[in-house]
Write a protein that binds this ligand. Structure first.
Ligand SMILES: Nc1ncnc2c1ncn2[C@@H]1O[C@H](COP(=O)(O)OP(=O)(O)OP(=O)(O)O)[C@@H](O)[C@H]1O
Ligand SMILES: [Zn+2]
Length: 580
C-alpha cells in the first residue's frame, strides 16, 4: 500500500532546516559580538590572560580568558599553533568551537521554539480553510495480479459474497439492461488480520482493474478541507482509469457516528465524510467502480454511510475455525520446505482464535528459525517454538490466550442454545453453531426463523426466551450453580426485552392485563412493581423448564458440545444427526 504522507514529511524537514539555520545564525551573531583581532589575542596570550582555547576547523576559534570572558578570534591555522599555546600554559581543546555542554541545550531549545512556532502558525492557518492547499496524495494504483481468490483460504461465505462483485465490475451492462441497482460500496467488517485487505485486492485482481488503497486514519489531523480534497483527488484518479476498486481501510476514522462531539475537531472529519458521500453518489453505477471499506466494528459507523446507494452491502469477515485455519496454514506453507513430521492439522487445532494474519506470522517465524539453524526443512520443533513466540507477542486481551476451560464453557453454552431451539421449535432451522467469536459476541448460533411470519404468537415469543435461556442453563447443569459465567448477559438482555414487550405492549399476561404501559407511564400511574413481579415469575418458570429439558437430554448436549470442541463450527446436518 502506498501511504506517503507528503505533509507529514514536509513539516519535520522544515523544522530541521529552520533549527539548523537559526542555530548557525545564533552562533554567528554571538561570535560577531565577541570577535577580537588576532593581534589582540596574541597580546592577551603573551600577557598570560588566556586560560582555554578551543581549536577547530572553522574560521573562528573560541578563547576563554582567565576572567571567564568568552571571545572569538581568527583561526590562524598554523602548524605550531597548538604547541605555542601549550608552551604558554594554556589549556587547548580540540574538536569544535563550542563545547558540547553548550551546544546541546542550545540546539534543543531552538528546536522546541521553532517547532512550537510552526505548530501555532499551522493551527491558525487551519481555521482558515482553503488558504493552504495540500490536497495531493500519492495514490497510484496497485496492480497485484498475483492476488486472486486463491490467495484467500477459509472464509468461504465472505469470499462468495465478494466474488459476486466481480461481475458488477466486469459486465456492468448486464445489470443496467435490467435497470438493477448495483452496489457502489461494500463494507467488510471483522477482527483485525482476517483478510479484509486481501479480499479487496483479490476482487481487483480477479476483475483485472486497478486497486486504489487509502487508510481512513490518513485523513485525520490535517488541515480542514485537505481530507475532502484528497477524497476528490482519489475518485478523480480512479474515474480516469475507468473501472477500479477503491479500498478505504479503517473507515471508522472518518465515518464514526456524529454524536458526542466532545473532540471539538470533528469539522475536518465531517467534511471528509461528506466529500466521500458526495463522490459515491457522483459516479455512474454502470461505470464499474466499487468502493470497499474495512472496519473492525460496523456498529460505530455513521448511518449516513450505510444508506442504500452508499455502503449498503455488509460482509462479515470472521476469525477462521479449525478447518479454515488448516487451509490457511497449508496455503502459507505451500512455497516453503516443510518437513514430513509437521502436522498442519494439529497446528490448526492449537491455534484457536488465531486470525489469518497471525497464522501467516506463525509460519513465517518458524521459517526464520529454520533458516537461522541452516536446517534443510522447517520441522515441528520450529513450529512449536514459533508458536511460543507468536503467543508471547500477543496482547493480553487477545483471545488466543483463552483457556481450554473457557472454550469448554462456550461450547456447552452454545450447545445449550442450539439444543433447546431444536427440541422446542423444530420448525426453526439452526444453520450453524460456532464457538469462534464474532463481532456480535462470544460464540453464536445462527438461527433461520421461517421468514413468512407477520405475527408472532405468545408461544413463539416464549420459545425465543427459552432458547435465550438455554446457554445459561447448560452452564449451570454442567459446571454447577457457582460456576455460571458472565457469558449470558446478552441472552438475559434479549429475554428481558421480549418479556417486557409482551407485558407492556402486547397485553399477553393476565395479571398485567390488556394495557399499554407506556401510556400509563406518561400519566404517572403505572405499577412497575407488578411488572417486575410478573417478569421475574415468568422467567424463573421458563428457566426451570429449560433446565429440565437439558437434564433429560444431557447425552445430546454432551455430544453437541464435544463436536463443537472438536470442530469449532458445526452445521445443520451434523446437528440433525445428533438430535435424531
Ligand atoms: N483467509 C486468509 N487466507 C490466507 N491468508 C490470510 C487470510 N487472512 C489473513 N491472511 C494473511 O494475513 C495478512 C493480513 O491480512 P489483511 O491485511 O488482509 O487483514 P485485514 O483484515 O485487512 O486486517 P486489518 O483489519 O488489520 O487491516 C494477509 O496478507 C495474509 O497473509
Ligand atoms: Zn448465549
Amino acid at each position: 500500500m502506498n501511504k506517503i504522507k507528503k505533509f507529514n514529511f514536509i513539516l519535520p524537514t522544515l523544522v530541521i532546516i529552520l533549527t539548523i539555520a537559526s542555530f548557525f545564525g545564533y552562533k554567528a551573531s554571538k561570535n560577531m559580538d565577541n570577535m577580537i583581532p588576532y593581534k589582540t589575542f596574541i597580546s592577551e596570550v603573551q600577557n598570560g590572560n588566556v586560560s582555554d582555547v578551543y581549536l577547530s576547523d572553522s574560521e573562528r576559534i573560541k578563547v576563554i580568558l582567565k576572567n571567564k570572558k568568552e571571545l572569538f578570534t581568527e583561526n590562524p591555522r598554523t602548524l605550531n599553533f597548538k604547541e605555542y599555546l601549550l608552551l604558554k600554559g594554556i589549556k587547548v581543546h580540540e574538536g569544535g568551537a563550542v563545547s558540547p555542554y553548550e551546544a546541546v541545550p542550545t540546539a534543543i531549545l531552538l528546536t522546541v521554539i521553532v517547532a512550537t512556532l510552526i505548530y501555532f502558525i499551522s493551527r491558525k492557518t487551519s481555521s482558515n480553510s482553503g488558504a493552504f492547499k495540500l490536497s495531493t496524495m500519492d495514490v497510484s494504483p496497485e496492480k497485484d495480479w498475483e492476488i486472486s481468490f486463491d490467495s484467500i483460504a477459509g472464509n468461504l461465505e465472505a469470499k462468495e459474497s465478494v466474488r459476486e462483485l466481480v461481475d458488477f465490475i466486469k459486465n456492468p451492462e448486464k445489470f443496467t439492461k435490467y435497470n438493477a441497482r448495483m452496489p457502489r460500496g461494500v463494507i467488510l467488517y471483522g477482527p483485525p488480520g482476517t483478510g479484509k485487505t486481501l479480499m479487496a485486492k483479490a476482487l481487483a485482481g480477479e476483475a483485472n482493474v486497478p486497486f486504489y488503497a487509502v487508510n481512513g486514519s490518513d485523513f485525520v489531523q490535517i488541515y480542514v478541507g485537505v481530507g475532502a480534497g484528497r477524497i476528490r483527488d482519489l475518485f478523480k484518479k480512479a474515474r480516469e482509469k475507468g473501472k477500479a476498486v477503491i479500498f478505504i481501510d479503517e473507515i471508522d476514522a472518518i465515518g464514526k457516528k456524529r454524536d458526542g462531539r466532545a473532540d471539538g475537531g470533528s469539522d475536518e472529519r465531517d467534511q471528509t465524510l461528506n466529500a466521500l458521500l458526495a463522490e459515491m453518489s457522483g459516479f455512474k453505477e454502470s461505470q464499474g467502480i466499487i468502493v470497499i471499506a474495512a472496519t473492525n466494528r460496523l456498529d460505530v459507523l455513521d448511518e449516513a454511510l450505510l444508506r442504500p446507494g452508499r455502503f449498503d452491502r455488509h460482509i462479515e469477515v470472521g476469525l477462521p475455525d479449525v478447518n479454515a485455519r488448516h487451509e490457511i496454514l497449508k496455503l502459507h506453507c505451500k512455497s516453503k520446505p516443510i518437513a514430513d513430521d509437521v502436522d498442519l492439522y494439529k497446528i490448526a487445532q492449537m491455534t484457536v482464535y488465531f486470525s489469518g494474519a497471525k497464522l501467516e506470522n506463525l509460519v513465517n517465524e518458524a521459517a526464520i528459525l529454520a533458516a537461522r539453524e541452516n536446517s534443510q526443512f522447517i520441522n515441528m520443533n520450529h513450529f512449536d517454538l514459533s508458536y511460543g513466540i507468536v503467543l508471547a507477542g500477543a496482547e493480553k486481551k487477545d483471545r488466543s490466550f483463552i483457556k481450554e476451560n473457557d472454550k469448554k464453557i462456550t461450547a456447552y453454552h452454545e450447545a445449550g442454545h442450539a439444543l433447546i431451539s431444536k427440541l422446542i421449535s423444530p420448525e426453526n432451522h439452526v444453520r450453524k453453531v460456532t464457538i469462534i467469536p464474532s463481532t456480535k459476541g462470544a460464540g453464536g448460533y445462527t438461527l433461520n426463523i421461517p421468514p413468512d411470519r407477520i405475527y408472532h404468537t405468545k408461544t413463539q415469543l416464549l420459545n425465543n426466551i427459552k432458547v435465550a435461556l438455554g446457554g445459561r442453563a447448560a452452564e449451570e447443569l454442567v459446571f454447577g450453580k457457582d460456576n455460571i459465567t458472565t457469558g449470558a448477559s446478552g441472552d438475559i438482555e434479549n429475554a428481558t426485552n421480549t418479556l417486557l414487550a409482551m407485558i407492556k405492549y402486547y397485553g399477553m399476561f393476565d395479571s398485567t392485563g390488556l394495557l399499554n404501559y407506556n401510556i400509563l407511564d406518561k400519566e404517572g400511574i403505572s405499577n412497575n412493581a407488578a411488572i417486575v413481579e410478573v417478569c421475574n415469575k415468568t422467567i424463573t418458570e421458563l428457566y426451570k423448564e429449560v433446565f429440565n429439558i437439558l437434564v433429560e437430554n444431557k447425552t445430546k448436549l454432551d455430544s453437541l458440545a464435544n463436536m463443537l470442541l472438536e470442530e469449532e463450527t458445526i452445521y445443520d446436518e451434523q446437528i440433525e444427526k445428533i438430535i435424531a
